[in-house]
Ligand binder design. Structure first.
Ligand code: GDP
Ligand code: MG
Length: 436
């Protein structure tokens, strides 16, 4: 899939401008690549539509080739498709937190249970593993072996059914101050009613805080169907995608969230017991794109755009050419970055209280815009010429008051002064600060 995508992008590089047909052609290739990677058909369709819409509607960024720009958009959409940020375990308000592992036979439940227990122990938890798979004699033994390897106690009970085992394990955990209980349940080769019934029984008797479905990434589209089925029956909380270390096509990682609405929380990256990682959509996305380097480059290019703007501004300041138009631009930038006071807090040597005067909210910004728009070009470039009668005219034209016009002009002067301060800070070695 990676190769396919790369060739799709290659076709785009070297073009000066991103036309609608460029995007459409690239998207045909992206679509094929995703389908071949076993991504769910409906997911692909929606994905391609979204990327097309975004790519066509967007101007090509400075410093990026059209090809890079499409990669950027595809990457962003991939991340969004997989759930944007990493999803964590839901902790019980009163311990122990009960985590129930479910999934088909061979998907990796037992291995993942031990991995997860070890992972949580490293974070200061005191987990208990519970052997609920009573159908294969070797299953209990297997959990005991892996439990020992990660140094986690294993609760088992001969002759009892999984519901009774789970309940008694909970009692045991409370007595032994285990704050996490991980239930390793039995799977089947295929989804069947008996298995689901048993899982439902365990669920309704111990009310797990977290039901994690373990699916094998190597089964591709099947993994997604399994996830859909389990979710419909059990209302799972998240998915662990195992065997992502193998020769898998990644399609499952892309479709699970979109099809079930449930996030992937962890990925299994090998047979060893520390081969469990929290799921990071951005990492998987760049892995799927096979373009880690290109993505870094794109980030840099983007930073360069900001840097270039900052340089322009710096020059303007130095040459006393900072105008009210620039001021308005800057206010828009500031609004994008968040509350001004927060930005000020990040800068040493700035009196944040004094800066409180330059707070901008939407309404204020609208007024400032109206005032500046009511000025002539010359006034915007040389505010010094704005005398009393000009102020009256501007106030009237913008539907504001003379006081407001005065305040704006004062803010402008203050900003100019501050920016000069930033500029000299820059020179004393604080590069990148002049984003204001
Ligand atoms: P269960 O039947 O669901 O309990 O599955 P097991 O935990 O017994 O795992 C089945 C097989 O998959 C074992 O051989 C595991 O070593 C292997 N396995 C589990 N997770 C991973 C993984 O992330 N990567 C690889 N390569 N193998 C895994
Ligand atoms: Mg097992």
């Amino acid at each position: 899939m990676t190769e396919k995508l790369q060739s799709a992008f290659k076709k785009l590089t070297g073009k000066g401008k991103l036309s609608e047909s460029d995007v459409k052609e690239a998207m045909r290739d992206v679509r094929m690549a995703l389908l071949e990677a076993d991504v769910n058909y409906a997911v692909v369709k929606e994905f391609v539509n979204k990327v097309t819409e975004k790519a066509i509607g967007q101007g090509v960024l400075e410093s990026l080739t059209p090809g890079q720009q499409v990669i950027k958009i595809v990457n962003e959409q991939l991340i969004e498709l997989m759930g944007s940020s990493q999803s964590k375990i839901k902790w019980a308000s009163a311990p122990p937190t009960v985590i129930m592992m479910v999934g088909l036979q061979g998907s990796g439940k037992t291995t993942t249970s031990a991995k997860l227990a070890g992972y949580l122990a490293k974070q200061g938890k005191n987990p208990l593993l519970v052997a609920c798979d009573i159908y294969r004699p070797a299953a209990v033994k297997q959990l005991q072996i892996v439990g020992q390897k990660v140094n986690i106690p294993v609760f088992s009970l001969e002759g009892a059914n999984p519901v009774a085992i789970s309940q008694q394990a909970l009692e045991y955990a409370k007595k032994h101050s285990n704050d996490v209980v991980i239930l390793d349940t039995a799977g089947r080769l295929h989804i069947d009613d008996e298995m689901m019934q048993e899982l439902e029984d365990i669920k309704s008797s111990v009310h797990p805080d977290e039901i994690l479905l373990v699916v094998d990434a190597m089964t591709g589209q099947d993994a997604v169907n399994v996830a859909k089925n389990f979710n419909e029956r059990l209302a799972i909380d998240g998915v662990v995608l195992t065997k992502l270390d193998g020769d898998t096509r990644g399609g499952a990682a892309l479709s699970v969230k979109a099809v079930t609405g449930k996030p992937i929380k962890f990925v299994g990256m090998g047979e060893k017991l520390d081969d469990l990682e929290p799921f990071h959509p951005d990492r998987i996305a760049s892995r799927i794109l096979g373009m880690g380097d290109v993505l870094t480059l794109i980030e840099k290019a983007q930073a360069a755009v900001d840097e270039k703007k900052a340089m322009e501004l710096e020059n303007k300041l130095r040459n006393q050419q900072f105008t009210l138009e620039d001021f308005l631009d800057q206010l828009h930038e500031i609004k994008k970055m968040g509350p001004l006071s927060q930005i000020m807090d990040m800068l040493p040597g700035i009196n944040a209280k004094k800066m409180g005067k330059i707070q901008v909210d939407d309404k204020e910004l609208g007024r400032i815009e109206a005032i500046i728009n009511s000025m002539t070009k010359q006034e915007r470039r040389e505010p010094a010429i704005i005398n009393g009668s000009r102020r009256r005219r501007i106030a009237k034209g913008s539907g504001t008051t003379i006081q407001e016009v005065n305040r704006l002009l004062k803010q402008f002067e203050e900003t100019k002064r501050l920016m000069r301060q930033f500029t000299s800070m820059e020179k004393s070695g604080r590069r990148g600060m002049l984003k204001l």
